[in-house]
Design a protein around this ligand. Structure first.
Ligand code: BV8
Ligand code: ZN
Length: 241
């Protein structure tokens, strides 16, 4: 097992020499901003698990319950500020000519921190989509004014996020996959690598010949494919600059 110090210096020099880099983030990068992860202790709401509520069936069955969960998350995320991990990724984007930030998170904190080239694989909690006329709108109401909210056309609004069993936005997934296959370096930050197809981007990068470093407080499902820099995103990412 390499000592932490020299894996950090290996990652730092790989980034310094990189012409192109991709960063894949998950809920762990927002933990130090106070946003609970999906599968950690904070992932529970009342007695439900995320996988039970983040589905079209749950919404079909009880749109009000699902919206209560999203409203609760929106209220927590509204209090959250980007942390040193988010800010370090903004600086990294400034330094590397071909840079893409691919996030599974729906909290919008990367954009708040100033990241520019962002792919949101799973949508955004700050947008709604009408189930009738499909109109997508930004919505920052905290708390939601009406539950469940309705569109001007009268149909129900849903959060503009990708639920389990739903396809990812094709453009987003294609852009993320292409960038992963051709980048020199990939950082995988704060994700349990349980959810697909997002988790397949790391192996795609390895297959494309990239050096892939994982930043996580503990090993993930796919750590054996990567070089693990064990620690908090808010501490390790700034140390890579
Ligand atoms: C699809 C948006 C096909 C919503 C999310 C069996 C049955 C049914 C489905 C499947 C199945 N097997 C596989 C599937 C497919 C399924 C899937 O992968 N399921 C998993 C659970 C097995 N995938 C899908 O359904 C996807 N769609 O496949 O569709 C299809 C194709 C074409 C056409 C039609 C259909 C859709 C998946 C997207 C689901 N939506 N979110 C919302 O947010 O409300 S996923 C959800 O999980 C979040 O986006 C989250 O980001 C994502 C992944 O979780 P993580 O980000 O990794 O967070 P997690 O809590 O798991 O881990 C946190 C990590 O951080 C940990 O490793 C921890 O150690 C670390 N950490 C903690 N603190 C720190 C830290 N790291 C660093 N620093 C710290 N301080
Ligand atoms: Zn509508």
């Amino acid at each position: 097992m390499n000592s932490a110090v020299d894996t950090i210096s290996v990652a730092r020099s790989a980034l310094a020499e990189a012409r192109s880099a991709v960063v894949l983030t998950g809920a762990g990068v927002s933990v130090e901003s106070g946003v609970p992860t999906f599968r950690g202790a904070g992932g529970l709401w009342k007695t439900f698990r995320a996988e039970e509520l983040a589905t079209p069936f749950a919404f079909e069955r009880d749109p009000k319950l699902v919206w209560e969960w999203y409203d609760w998350r929106r209220q927590r995320i509204a209090q959250a500020k980007p942390n040193p991990g988010h800010h370090a990724l903004v600086e990294l984007e400034r330094r590397i000519s071909e840079f893409l930030l691919v996030t599974q998170n729906v909290d919008g904190l990367h954009a708040d921190a100033g990241s520019r080239e962002i792919v949101e694989l799973h949508g955004s909690i700050w947008r709604t989509q009408c189930v009738g006329c499909l109109e997508v709108r930004n919505n920052r109401e905290v708390p939601m004014k009406s539950m469940p909210p309705r569109c001007r056309c009268g149909a129900l609004l849903r959060p503009d996020v990708v639920w389990f069993g739903e396809g990812l936005p094709p453009g987003a997934l294609n852009r993320a996959t292409r960038a992963s296959q051709k980048c020199d370096v990939m950082l995988i930050v704060g994700t349990s690598s349980v959810v697909y197809p997002a988790a397949s981007l790391g192996p795609a990068a390895v297959h494309g010949g990239a050096q892939v470093f994982e930043i996580n407080t503990e090993p993930s499902d796919l750590s054996l494919y990567y070089t693990l820099l064990q620690g908090k995103a808010g501490e390790v990412l700034p140390a890579l600059l």
